[in-house]
Design a protein around this ligand. Structure first.
Ligand code: BTN
Length: 258
């Protein structure tokens, strides 16, 4: 039977020594009926997944690899909003544990000093009977580079990456960081269920690295689009203002601040 808890993230903690991917493991547990708030973490991942089919480098012991099962009663098109929750929760946890100043890069990278320190990957299981569609569950995958050292990063990274250890000079306790992260996620998720996306969206925008800046969006082989970053809309789409005042919605791509 499917348990529906009251949105208490971390009610069940599954800590694995090794796994292919905590997202994969959480997805499997959710299909077996694991309750909302179940959190899967691992010491290492042999097939850590990034967005767009990329690999997420996951050496043993160094970092946080974590996946959270949620079962919100929302429509599939609203599910991407949940990644903005994990981005804000991650930024808050970094601030609280290190005092560093993280920024969020659309859609959902967390950066320190322009370098990527955390990545987020949501996966969902949805259902439709042709009339109604709904979500079975969403997996929030969160990867934070805590104590990785420079020599542990792959040599062929597309964008500069870093860790909290490299940026802050101090080793981070994974247990402590995880507790801060899950607490913030719990708060944000409760707010999301009560009031929707509005509050998270505001904080996300305040934390975004591109606020009011000129940006270039490259979009998988299509022509680059240049414009003024005008925030995100209620669905989480990027809003780009053109010189003639028109605003374009962008659903995927890579944003570079000029
Ligand atoms: C990205 O920036 O491309 C997203 C990276 C997401 C990595 C995390 S680590 C925990 C969870 N398990 C995975 O296999 N991926 C996510």
């Amino acid at each position: 039977s499917v348990q529906l808890n009251s949105g208490l993230i971390g009610t069940r903690l599954v800590n694995l020594a090794t796994t292919t991917s905590t997202n994969f493991e959480a997805f499997r547990l959710a299909e077996e009926g694991a309750g909302e708030g179940t959190v899967v973490t691992a010491e290492e991942q042999s097939k850590g997944k990034g967005r767009l089919g990329r690999i997420w480098s996951s050496p043993p012991g160094a970092n946080l690899y974590c996946s959270v099962i949620l079962r919100p009663r929302i429509k599939p098109f609203e599910a991407p909003q949940l990644t903005f929750l994990s981005a804000v929760a991650t930024a808050r946890a970094i601030e609280q544990t290190t005092g560093l100043k993280p920024e969020i890069k659309w859609p959902n990278d967390v950066l320190i000093d322009g370098k990527k320190v955390a990545g987020l990957l949501n996966e969902m299981s949805a259902e439709t009977d042709g009339i109604n569609d709904g979500i079975n569950f969403v997996i929030l995958g969160i990867g934070v580079n805590l104590n990785m050292t420079a020599d542990q990063f792959p040599g062929d990274l597309r964008h500069p990456a870093t860790s909290l250890l490299i940026e802050g000079g101090a080793k981070i306790s994974r247990a402590r960081f995880t507790a801060f992260l899950l607490n913030e996620l719990d708060r944000l998720y409760a707010g999301f269920l009560d009031h929707g996306f509005v509050q998270v969206r505001r904080e996300w925008q305040e934390r975004c690295n591109a606020n009011g800046r000129e940006v270039v969006v490259s979009n998988h082989g299509r022509d680059d689009i240049r414009g003024l970053f005008a925030g995100i809309d209620g669905d989480g789409a990027l809003l780009l203002r053109h010189p003639d005042g028109t605003v374009e919605r962008i659903l995927s791509g890579d944003v570079r601040v000029l």
